[in-house]
Write a protein that binds this ligand. Sequence first.
Ligand code: AMP
Length: 127
Amino acid sequence: MSSYDNQNIFAKILRGEIPCDKIYEDDYVLSFKDISPQAPSHILVIPKGPYKDINDFSKNANNEELIGFNRAISIIADQLKLSEESGGKGYRLISNAGSDSHQEVPHLHIHLLAGRKLGPMLIPEKS
Ligand code: AMP
């Protein structure tokens, strides 16, 4: 059973209690700029439903929500001209889930990163 903390910062953004730099919104998602960008384009995509991470979402969201969320990623990547199909050079998606992953905000979010060569996926562990 997953518990969702409705006082997390993205829940407050969804309720309009905290502002965001909005990129895109539809019935299923809200997308906005990350406040601390790690790449020239660093966008967050969050579902409107109360899901704490991708594990919770994949298991408990209904089909409409699952499809809406996935579709929104390509809509945003195309609109921002980041996808190769839209003339961009591609992008990386990251979604942290749980403490080992370094998830800080317990509302599902996909980081969409682009705008420079992003290098290898992970920094190697120090020996
Ligand atoms: P994670 O570590 O995967 O949970 O990522 C949380 C992300 O949320 C970080 O990249 C933060 O910079 C970003 N963040 C935190 N607060 C805000 C905010 N108010 N508006 C936009 N991005 C935020």
